[in-house]
Design a protein. Structure first.
Lengths: 252, 362
């Protein structure tokens, strides 16, 4: 059974059908790419997957469970974590705290444990610190743990955003244009990071990307979206040499 | 001591607590030496009242990031509920215990109101939220002004019309008399109790903010959508923070009520003027800085009173101080100047060798 199964997903904003009859199957362990020209509806699909938009029709199944129309925070609890095209960090919090917010639902204690500083509070905070540092170490950010998130360099901010998403222990990680605004060095670093987290966590990844070098380099399968509808789906090399795809990107 | 690692935030908090204690000791010494005028001594309890309310408001504005203009309303709820409690049990419970319970009652009732108001109000954001909280604050005040409660041999009587419609027996005693409020609340609030409450609230807010819940709250403030996508229930944590914030303002109200012989709800003490005054303390002290809030409240509250001798010029000087504080705290040019000349928070600490101590402690 596929990890993520999207069936006939559609959304309309007023009279505009932004995404029309979108279907997608992602197997466990896949590294899947979603590409398409600007305005094709890729981010809209992501927003539906993560619950920010409610689809007009269609269904989303994660691991066989219907998560369509659930609250954003509940969708994360069921196992989807995401990053954003324009990085969304908790800017006035430290790097460590950003990741610790991601661990929110993994290590729990009550507010009164915090106010009274019960032993449970100290135990859980210690576990959180250890886990968060472990994650930061994987992303090479352990040295920056007390830095404010907003003062990190751009590339590191992106990595922190991925680390924070990974802290929620997702089954599926969705990355919205992770290489946007990055220089070639940073992009190369990002590709290493993605390869690393697949190796470390064995996680399934779905990503939107415009950088074709990155897409061709790491994605195994692709779906091409154009004007809100699926243009073609399949193995990366086949899709990228498809004349229809080239036409959609470059025009005739 | 070597094994105890004091992190930066804890250290900041300890400094704030130390400032409060030193301030307290300073005032007490002055008072013992007889150097405090009657006027100034009379200002001490109200000062702690406003510090408490401002700490509560700062939790809402600084950490939750929502602008509330209704905190005077929560003070009002805390004041009236605790005052009623003290009046009803005036002879039944020993003084000290009754005051402790009154504090609990005031805080909890204010929290209940905070909770109930938070549910509809926190759906809104920014200016809209500010306007609606302002309205709620006024509604609370106005409703309280229409309440009449009395007691006689038969028990309690309640009315929203006037004292006559309470239909009490001849021996009946009016406890809450509409716009004339409550008269005869035991005067139990002291400066010492106020300071103890401030310390308690500082510790509560600090422990709250530096915890799983507090992180969720600040995460919502920094980026609501990102917080949602990593599994944080926005509504829940907003309500928790707002409720706690209302409760602390309520404690301020309890102190206020137990400092006056007659408690009334007017525009001046529980109206929007007060809410805005509290906001001024918070904003000028530094949003999200508890220490700044306390310092700003002390200065800005004491100033108009201390300048009373200057008669008509005092409000002029007051407004100049307000502008100066605002510029000192927020103007980008001054901020840079402070950093260059080592007058910002971080470098001042280094000068005082707090940085060195931290390394030794670790």
């Amino acid at each position: 059974m596929s990890l993520l199964e999207v069936k006939n997903l559609s959304i309309s904003f007023g009279g505009l059908k932004a995404v029309d009859d979108f279907n997608l199957n992602i197997e466990k362990g896949d590294l899947y790419g979603l590409i398409g020209p600007n305005g094709a509806g890729k981010t809209t699909v992501f927003n539906m997957l993560s619950g920010i938009y409610k689809p007009t029709s269609g269904n989303i199944f994660l691991d066989g469970v219907d998560i369509t129309g659930k609250k954003t925070s509940d969708i994360n609890k069921s196992g989807i974590a995401r990053t954003f095209q324009n990085i969304r960090l908790f800017e006035d919090m430290t790097v460590l705290d950003n990741v610790k917010v991601g661990l929110h639902n993994t290590y729990k204690y009550h507010s009164y444990d915090a106010i009274l500083r019960t032993p449970k509070y100290f135990k859980m905070e210690k576990l959180m610190d250890e886990k968060a540092l472990e994650l930061l170490t994987i992303f090479g950010l352990e040295g920056e743990k007390d830095t404010m998130a907003s003062s990190l360099p751009y590339g590191n901010q992106r990595q922190l955003e991925i680390a924070r998403a990974m802290a929620t222990n997702p089954k599926l990680l969705i990355l919205d244009e992770p290489a946007a605004g990055m220089n070639p060095n940073e992009t190369a670093e990002l590709m290493d990071t993605i390869a690393l987290i697949r190796k470390e966590f064995g996680i399934t990844i779905l990503l939107i990307e415009h950088d074709m070098k990155l897409v061709a380099g790491i994605c195994e399968k692709l779906t091409v979206l154009n004007f809100g509808a699926v243009l073609t789906q399949g193995e990366t090399s086949k899709v990228l040499s498809d004349p229809e795809v080239i036409k959609a990107y470059l025009g005739e | 001591m070597k094994n105890i690692k004091i992190n930066k935030k804890t250290k900041q908090m300890l400094i704030t607590l130390a400032i409060v204690v030193i301030f307290y000791a300073f005032i007490e010494i002055l008072s013992l030496a007889g150097a405090l005028s009657g006027l100034f001594s009379g200002l001490l309890v109200p000062m702690t009242v406003y510090i408490l309310a401002a700490i509560g408001l700062n939790l809402c504005v600084g950490y939750l990031g929502e602008l509330s203009l209704g905190h005077a309303g929560f003070m009002c709820v805390g004041a009236y509920s605790s005052s009623l409690f003290s009046m009803i049990f005036k002879d039944a419970i020993p003084d000290a215990l009754r005051f402790l319970l009154a504090l609990a009652v005031g805080g909890i009732v204010a929290m209940i109101f905070g909770f109930l108001i938070a549910i509809p109000v926190l759906r809104l954001k920014g200016d809209y939220l500010a306007i609606v909280t302002l309205a709620f604050g006024e509604i609370i005040k106005n409703i309280i002004n229409t309440l009449f409660i009395g007691r006689d041999a038969d028990g309690f009587h309640f009315s929203m019309k006037d004292t006559a419609s309470l239909n009490m027996a001849a021996d009946g005693e009016v406890i809450l008399n509409g716009p004339q409020g409550i008269t005869g609340t035991p005067k139990q609030a002291t400066f010492t109790i106020g300071i103890l409450l401030i310390i308690l609230c500082l510790v509560i807010v600090y422990n709250f903010v530096n915890s799983r819940t507090g992180r969720a709250v600040t995460a919502i403030r920094d980026n609501r959508i990102a917080a949602e996508t990593i599994g944080i229930n926005i509504t829940k944590y907003k309500i928790i923070a707002f409720t706690l914030s209302a409760g602390i303002a309520g404690l301020g109200g309890v102190l206020y009520a137990h400092n006056l012989n007659s408690l009334t709800a007017t525009t001046k003490n529980f109206g929007y003027n007060m809410s805005i005054m509290l906001l001024v303390y918070v904003v000028l002290g530094g949003i999200g800085s508890l220490r700044g809030t306390i310092i700003a409240t002390v200065i800005l509250y004491a100033l108009p009173e201390l300048l009373r001798g200057l008669a008509d010029y005092r409000m002029l000087i007051y407004s100049i101080v307000l502008i100066a504080l605002m510029i000192f705290n927020w103007a980008p040019g001054v901020k840079t100047w402070r950093e260059v000349h080592g007058l910002d928070g971080a470098s001042l600490q280094k000068k005082l060798k707090f940085g060195k101590k931290e390394k030794e402690v670790q």
